[in-house]
Design a protein. Structure first.
Length: 75
C-alpha cells in the first residue's frame, strides 16, 4: 500500500528537482526520489569510511600493503 508524502521546497529547488528528474530519464519526481532513496542504502557512513581508512593506514605502516606501479599490478 502506498502512502502520499508531501515535501515543501522553495520554488527554485522544486524546479531544479523536476529538471534533474527529467534530465536523468525518470518519468516522475517520485520515481527519481525513490531511486535516490535506494541509492542511499548503498552508501557507507562516515564512521565506516574512517574505520576503513584507519585500518588501511595501519596495514600500510605495518608493511602489509602492496606498492603497485599501475592498476594492472593489483589484479
Amino acid at each position: 500500500m502506498r502512502q502520499v508524502l508531501s515535501l515543501s521546497l522553495p520554488a527554485t529547488k522544486a524546479r531544479t528537482l523536476k529538471t534533474l528528474a527529467k534530465k536523468r530519464g525518470f518519468w516522475s519526481v517520485s520515481a527519481y526520489i525513490l531511486n535516490l532513496f535506494e541509492a542511499d542504502k548503498d552508501l557507507i557512513s562516515e564512521t565506516e569510511l574512517l574505520k576503513t581508512a584507519q585500518e588501511a593506514r595501519k596495514e600500510y605502516q605495518e608493511g602489509r600493503s602492496i606498492k603497485a606501479k599501475s592498476m594492472a599490478d593489483l589484479i
